[in-house]
Design a protein around this ligand. Structure first.
Ligand code: URA
Length: 434
């Protein structure tokens, strides 16, 4: 295979063979193919797209480019869950203990925050002492003994994706659907679960801004998952405004705990019940949606999901008392309300801007090396469709630095649009792709 020939073929709209794709990935990881040729190929793919066969071949080649987790020694159907990322998306924190409490083994690899979206690992580190840097043996042992473990992605999991993503990031070739689908699914396949439930976000705070694009991405990922022999379902969910009310690491942990206590925001609770339903169905722990929902509601009501969270936190070095006393989680020094500038219905919240406010306060990383402040963020009090009178509090900002607070406040107010007439709320769950 000559890399030059592959570039010409794709540039002219041809279809690469699985063999050509495998050789290009192997050669790139080995360092035999230079970045400039791969950049040219990525740009050709950006404009010409990839067929389903090419996308599957690329995913498999990247999944097989490094370590693959073998979870076969753990009994039961291991189910993974993945979100394409959003603002206030603390779903894994509440959902995984709910599902684990019902006997679905959770063996999950998670990441840190990216841009304006938060990461599960950063949030979990709000518990004192908690770590996701655990050896694979302990990860497996925890799944076997308590039914749940979450670890950070090892450097050798899908290294081809790591290298390719870094290149795409600086060559304006990230937002190509087949490349996104193969990037996400290569990591999921290498992480070894038997079944995968995907939460594909849509709207102003998501990677995919339109419903059409989100459905197309979801269909592509479901096809890849099923093509690779893993039962895969995707839920398309709203990200036109933050999920729940809390945005910021420890604040989101507290909201997830509130939810496991039965006192969570309605939208967030509903998303956990929906995704949990599909996780139970693919995991063989419920016969139908009605039974799954009833079981999930029960583990919240009887406290077993909360106890599972405490067990999981303790097993990974964290302080389980904080699950029962969330007021002991990291807390910011300054709390200030943001009053509504006028009367009216909230018509729109530019969701990614709320994520950026949290980042400005110190809750996210400006660069890869930044240390994040777990205590800062925002708690919204009103969401799209709510009526406010001038002066009503729209949100509370939690900050440790006055300058950052003022910058975030200015940006926050620009993210809101008000209307004199009532505003229709968009549904939370937009579609399910099986
Ligand atoms: N997330 C990923 O893991 N890969 C992409 O290409 C985009 C989002």
């Amino acid at each position: 295979m000559r890399m030059y020939d592959c570039i010409v073929k794709k540039r002219n709209g041809g279809e690469l063979t699985a063999e050509e794709i495998r050789e290009f990935i192997t050669g790139y990881v080995r360092g035999d193919i230079p970045d400039y040729q791969v950049s040219a190929l990525m740009m050709a793919i950006y404009f010409q797209g990839m067929t389903q066969a090419e996308t599957l071949a690329l995913t498999m080649a990247m999944a097989e480019s490094g370590d693959r987790l073998d979870l076969s020694r753990i009994p039961g159907v291991k189910v993974d869950k993945h979100s394409t990322g959003g603002v206030g998306d603390k779903t894994s924190l509440a959902l995984t203990p709910m599902v684990a409490a019902l006997g679905v083994p959770i063996a999950k690899m998670s990441g840190r925050g990216l841009g304006h979206t938060g990461g599960t690992i950063d949030k979990l580190e709000s518990f004192s002492g908690f770590t996701t840097s655990i050896p694979t043996e302990q990860f497996e042992e925890n799944v076997r003994s308590i039914g749940i473990s979450i670890m950070g992605q090892t450097a050798d999991l899908a290294p081809a994706d790591k290298k390719l993503y870094a290149l795409r990031d600086v060559t304006a070739t990230v937002d190509q659907m087949s490349l996104i689908a193969s990037s996400i699914m290569s990591k999921k396949l290498a992480a070894g679960a038997d079944a995968i439930v995907l939460d594909v976000k849509t709207g102003s705070g998501a990677f995919m801004k339109t419903q059409e694009a989100s459905v197309a991405l979801a269909e592509e990922m479901v096809r890849i998952g099923n093509g690779a022999g893993r039962k895969t379902i995707a839920v398309i969910s709203d990200m036109d405004q933050p999920l729940g009310y809390a945005v910021g690491n420890a604040l989101e942990v507290k909201e997830a705990i509130d939810t496991l206590n039965g006192k969570g925001p309605a939208d967030f609770t509903e998303l956990c019940l929906t995704l949990g339903t599909y996780m139970l169905l693919v995991g063989g722990k419920a016969r139908d949606e009605k039974e799954a929902r009833a079981k999930l509601t029960e583990v919240i009501a009887n406290g077993s999901a909360l106890r599972k969270l405490a067990e999981f936190v303790a097993a990974q070095g964290g302080d389980p008392r904080q699950v029962y006393q969330p007021e002991t989680l990291p807390k910011a020094e300054i709390m200030e309300e943001i009053p509504a500038p006028s009367d009216g219905y909230i018509a729109h919240i530019e969701c990614s801007e709320i994520g950026i406010c949290s980042l400005i306060l110190g809750g996210g990383r400006e660069t890869k090396e930044s240390r994040i402040d777990l205590s800062v963020g925002l708690v919204l009090h009103r969401k799209v469709g709510d009526y406010v009178t001038k002066g009503d509090s729209l949100a509370t900002i939690h900050a440790n630095d006055r300058g950052k607070l003022e910058t975030a406040r200015e940006r926050f107010l620009k993210a809101y649009t008000f209307s004199d007439t009532a505003v229709e709320q968009k549904p939370l769950i937009r579609d399910v792709i099986r």
